[in-house]
Every structure is written in C-alpha cells, then in structure tokens.
Design a protein around this ligand. Structure first.
Ligand code: ISL
Length: 571
C-alpha cells in the first residue's frame, strides 16, 4: 500500500541532551543558551526536528526525569525567556522543536506529591498510587532504579506506601484519577501554546496500572526487557483509553508530532498506538532492536560476542512489516539511556571507528522509519568506559552497584559490563574542539569529558570532506532528495546472512540497494545481491569498490547504496 505522507515521516530528528551539549555560563552543566549558540551546527546537519531532553524544574535525581514543576525551567538550564528564545531561533532556522514529557511519574519534590504525603485526607493523596499499611505487605512491584529493587516506598504520615516504577524519588501518578489526567492535558496544551511542535512521551506505556494489583512473581519483573514483565507494566487495562482521551483533548487540536517511548511493546502491538484510525499517537520508539544482544534477566549484560545480526535484521524487518501501510516507525541506535552507537553496534577502535560510524549512519538513514540521531554520534563519539564507580553520575548505575555490593555480588564484573552498557557512556560532554574540556565548558564538567576529544571533535571534522560529520550531512541530504529512501518499500535480502545487512528501498520507478557489512572483515556478497546493471553508487564509505565475478566484496564495515533508476522489478 502507498504510504500517506506526513511532515514527521519525512523528518530527521536530532536529539540534544541539554546538560551535556554546551555550557554557556561556566557552571559545568550544559544549558539552553548553550544550545542556542550551537544551532548552526544542528541546522548544518540538515535535520528537521530538534528533540531536547527535560529542562523543567527538577531536583535532578534522574537528570531531569523527575519533574517538580512542569511549567518552570530548571535554573541550571536557564530561564523561561531562554527557552522562548530557543523555540523562536529553532523555528527561524526552519526546524521544529519537541520536548520530553515525563507524565508517568513526578518528582517527590513536586507540590502535588508533597501535599499527597501529608495526610490521607489531602486531596492530592489520590494523585498517586498508595498501599495502606492495614492491608499488609504491598504486592511485589519492581522499582528499576531502587537500590533494593523495590517499587513501593513507605511514608509515615499517611501510613501507606506509594508506588514508584523508577526510583523512590519518582512516584507514579495515578491516572485513574480524572483530575490528574486533566492537569496533565493542561500541561501539554501549555507547551503547545508556547510553540512546541510535539513531544517524546517518556515511559508512556506504563501509565495505566491494573489496580486490582495482581500477584506478580519477582522473577517475572526481574527483567524489564524480556519475558512477561511488559504484560504487567506496559499494557495496563486503560492505557489505550487514556491515549485516545489525550488525543481527543489535546492532539486533535494541534499539528504536533507525538512519539511514545514504548518499553515493553512488541511489533504486533505497535499498531494499537499508531494506526491512524485509532487516534492515539504518531510513532513509537521500541526497545526490541536496541536491547538485542543483552542477556535476558541480567542487568544490561551483553551476550559474549555481542549482538547477533540475523536476530537484529529479523527484529527490524518484523517492525517494518507490522507497520506497513498502517502506522509509521522510528529508528534509533543510541540515546541518553544507551551506550554510544559506535561502541554498541560498530567498532570503537581507531581503525574502524569512523568506518563503522558511517556504516551505521547509512543504515539509520536509509530505513523506512523516522531516524533519530543522538548528539555526538554525528562526530563518532564513543564510550568513555569508566573504571571507578565514583566517575559515574547516573542513578541507575550507582544504585545497581550498591544493590550488587550489598548482596555480595560480583562488582568487578558489573563494572566491566557497565563499560559496554552504562548510560553515562552516552552522556559525556559533547566534543566540540580540542580546547580545554573539549570546548564544552570553561568550568568543571558535571561528567568527565572523554579524553579522546583531541582526536574526536566537531572542529576537526568540520572542513574534512571525509569526516563522519560530513558523511552524515551528505546522507541526510540524500534521504531528502530521494523519496524512495523515505517512503519506498523495504525488502530484506539475505535474511540468513550473519554478516551482511542488505535490502532494497523500492518506490515507483526508483530503487536503492543498500549493502552493509556489519563486521571487521571482508565479506563476499552472495550472488543474490550482485552488482545491479545500470546502477549508480550513491553512498560508499570507502574510496572504491571491490568485486569478484560481478559480486561485491565488501570491505570491513563497508556501506554501499546503489541507485537503480527506472527500476522495473516489481516490489
Ligand atoms: O534507561 C533505561 C535502561 O537503562 C530504560 O529502561 C529506561 O529506564 C526506560 O526506557 C524509561 O526511560 C525514561 O524514563 C526514565 C529515565 O531515567 C530515562 O532517562 C528516560 O528515557 C525515568 O524517567
């Protein structure tokens, strides 16, 4: 079926992690004025939408994902006037701006929660989920960032425990209460009226709880990506009712893009969120691809040998198929919750760092899904791989360390795993130049700068035609100029091949063959994707091509896109 067009389907999204992007006042924390000062860099990429992580008032226990006032800007980030200016400047550059909205939970410092905690009779008590002590132990729920793994926290004044799926400082809002929902819709409208063009809705799949509180074994909830936990966390009985209500009360009245962060959702459930007829949301960011390669039931521990390309291809193909003609996908290879793209999916050694970054970008920008580029990836930043727990700032890593230590677990193994998977790997300051602190701040950076900034930085790449940065710019221009790369049908080739990811993007009379070598060795392509007659190579991260008897010999991490115009093969 032919895709219906929409601006957000054609867009490339650039994610800015504000506290690590650019510090304008020397306090070591990136801020709004810092982002404004770097808008030329962002717009030079050719992206269409800038997504910024939370900049609301927050005690910052989870880097802003614990909001204490939804209508205020956190002083470390700047002022409301700075934000207004950012919105205006982004628009002046012909881009759109979307913000994170964290409405599964608030901070424990939010006025609603402070009120709620004071007494059971307080009207705000019912803004949260409570388990009164006279009912005995609350049913087991897991708090992902809780040092003891617990999802309920006791509050003396109300003689009851409140629910928190993340840390105890992030109490979950009670969406059963219509007043809570109205408050939240009001907040969404407030920001849309300020000129915001849409939202990334944080952990939105968790908002509806089964308030019969069924018994769930700790084993089921042990892991947040595999097994059955999603059934309890991400598929609450009223989830879609709430999303439809949100659409009716908010989205229907604006031309905004709505993106669900969707932990716990599988391909066959995606259309429940994004099928246009259901009037819910525009896109979901799923976890199936990004978590591939981790060992189920272990905390962010990679399989020996890393991810399996066949499995990865299968996941992305399944998602494309599920959404085909019904909804629309999104694609990301890194973000603020993940290690660096190159370290995770490519090779971060000097020899292959740039090549694998370019290969991964070719993938990201030639799939049928809206691509998300995470800041820093466009210059090929890599994991910092801290050796000391004190270097980590992330609540997730710190609390998990404590949990493992307290239970007599293997902290050394944990530290090793974190070098691959910790979120702080993706949060180190942006490497602008070879100046002090990579040009990020004149003060002491809140998180250490990766010492490799002298080699990897934006300034060094700016005028180098062969840099990752300029390769990314080229790919974005290409995606914009070839509709087949946005809307064209995706057809997987060589599904069983363990090293090559190959596919066609096929539109009427136009077709692109994409060939990606995901390994650090040379691979000879099977005949199925031999050099197409009359094809033109439009992407190549090597200076030339190698072939043998009409078959491609892909160099380590080589990426090729070959365009076949007047394509007559039917899709
Ligand atoms: O970070 C993760 C894995 O390490 C995810 O499981 C993450 O907790 C989940 O996707 C929800 O993420 C979002 O909400 C969190 C916040 O810490 C994340 O930064 C945010 O992206 C709690 O608000």
């Amino acid at each position: 079926m032919k895709e219906r067009s929409a601006w957000w389907k054609e867009a490339v999204i650039y994610q800015v992690y504000p506290r690590s992007f650019k510090d304008s006042n020397g306090d070591g924390v990136g801020d709004l004025r810092g982002i404004i000062s770097k808008l030329d860099h962002i717009s030079s990429l050719g992206v269409d939408i800038v997504w910024i992580n939370p900049v609301y008032a927050s005690p910052d226990r989870d880097n802003g994902y614990d909001i204490s006032d939804y209508r205020a800007v956190q002083p470390k980030m700047g002022t409301m006037e700075d934000l207004r200016m950012l919105i205006q400047k982004v628009h002046e550059k012909g881009m759109k701006i979307i913000i994170d909205m964290v409405i599964n939970h608030t901070s424990d410092d939010h006025a609603w929660f402070r009120e709620a905690c004071s007494s059971r009779d307080n009207p705000f008590y019912s803004y949260y989920h409570w388990w009164p002590e006279e009912k005995g132990e609350p049913p087991h729920r897991c708090g992902f960032f809780d040092p003891a793994g617990k999802g309920w926290h006791y509050n003396k004044a109300t003689r009851s425990s409140y629910l928190h799926y993340f840390s105890e400082h992030q109490p979950d809002l009670n969406w059963e209460n219509p007043e809570v929902r109205e408050q939240l819709y009001d907040i969404l409208r407030y920001w849309l009226d300020k000129g915001i063009d849409g939202f990334r809705l944080d952990a939105i799949t968790f908002i509806s709880k089964d308030t019969r509180w069924p018994y769930v074994t700790p084993t089921i909830l042990k892991d947040r990506y595999y097994g059955d936990w999603g059934h309890y966390y991400a598929k609450g009985p009223r989830l879609h009712e709430y999303l439809q209500e949100m659409h009716e009360k908010v989205w229907r009245h604006y031309d905004a893009v709505t993106i669900a962060e969707a932990p716990g959702i599988k391909a066959d459930e995606a259309n429940l969120f994004v099928d246009t007829g259901r009037k819910e949301l525009n896109m979901v960011c799923h976890f199936e691809g990004i978590m591939s390669g981790y060992i189920p039931s272990e905390f962010k521990k990679m399989q020996p040998g890393g991810y399996n390309l066949k499995e990865l291809k299968n996941i992305y193909t399944l998602w494309d198929k599920a959404l085909d003609g019904r909804g629309w996908g999104s694609l990301y290879l890194g973000n603020h919750d993940q290690p660096r793209m190159v370290s995770h999916w490519g090779h971060d050694g000097v020899e292959y760092r740039e090549l694998s970054a370019k290969m991964l970008f070719t993938f990201l920008l030639t799939m049928r899904a809206t691509p998300f580029i995470y800041n820093g990836d466009e210059i090929g930043m890599v994991n910092i791989k801290f050796e000391n727990i004190e270097d980590y700032q992330d609540i997730e890593t710190r609390h998990m360390y404590r949990r493992i230590k307290d239970s007599g677990g293997d902290v050394d193994a944990f530290m090793k795993d974190q070098q691959l998977a910790a979120r702080d790997n993706g949060r180190t300051p942006f490497q602008w130049s070879k100046d002090v602190n990579a040009g990020f701040t004149m003060g002491k950076p809140w998180l250490k700068v990766n010492p490799n900034y002298r080699q990897i930085n934006a300034a060094a790449q700016e005028n180098d035609p062969s840099s990752v940065l300029n390769f990314v710019r080229y790919l974005i221009r290409l995606r914009k100029s070839i509709p087949a790369l946005v809307y064209g049908k995706y057809e997987l080739l060589l599904p069983e091949h363990p090293h090559i990811y190959a596919y066609y993007r096929r539109a009427e009379g136009d077709c692109c063959l994409v060939l990606l070598n995901f390994t650090s060795y040379e691979v000879l392509c099977p005949a199925d994707c031999s050099i197409p007659l009359g094809g033109e190579i439009i992407v190549n991260n090597y200076p030339g091509i190698r072939e043998k008897d009409g078959r491609w010999r892909l160099q380590p991490y080589q990426a090729l896109v070959c365009r076949i115009k007047n394509d007559t093969v039917s899709g």
